[in-house]
Design a protein around this ligand. Structure first.
Ligand SMILES: [Zn+2]
Ligand SMILES: [Zn+2]
Ligand SMILES: [Zn+2]
Length: 146
């Protein structure tokens, strides 16, 4: 998996130095979404500036998705390519990819209403993932005060 990502970067003509390689390996291993800070902790030998620069590079080349948490802080995850959106579970942090965008009509309406040309969009949805919904259903109801 890490090799596939590294191959793609090579094909794009990006020089994969030791630190960059270590970062890519760390984030492929993670599988789940991560913050820049978490990535730094995973690869303590790599400097802060390199971490940020490499993340930007990976986002620009479409290999990593950048999304926002509910408080606006950036979160990243390995991309599965293609236009998609993210649903972020507010309980366990799982990220669900949504490939059905379905907001084209809304964008057309925005163009009609404003006369502006829409160039792109970003959409994040905050959810309880299926596992967390199930867990919430199973957990006993909150204790009632007598
Ligand atoms: Zn994604
Ligand atoms: Zn969840
Ligand atoms: Zn979309």
């Amino acid at each position: 998996m890490a090799t596939a990502v590294l191959d793609t970067l090579d094909a794009q003509g990006l020089r994969m130095t030791g630190p960059r390689r270590a970062l890519v390996e760390a984030l492929v291993e993670r599988q789940e979404a991560f913050t820049a800070e978490e990535l730094m902790q995973a690869v303590p030998a790599v400097g802060r500036a390199t971490v940020f620069r490499t993340i930007k590079l990976l986002v620009d080349s479409g290999l990593v998705c950048r999304m926002s948490q509910v408080d606006g802080r950036p979160l990243y995850s390995l991309s599965h390519q293609g236009h998609h959106h993210h649903a972020l579970c507010q309980r366990c942090g799982a990220v669900l990819d949504i490939y059905r965008c379905g907001i084209d009509t809304m964008l057309e309406n925005i163009e009609l209403a404003t006369g502006a040309k829409v160039l792109g969009h970003r959409l994040e949805v905050f959810v309880l993932c299926p596992a967390c919904v199930a867990a919430a259903d199973e957990s006993p109801p909150a204790k009632q005060l007598a």
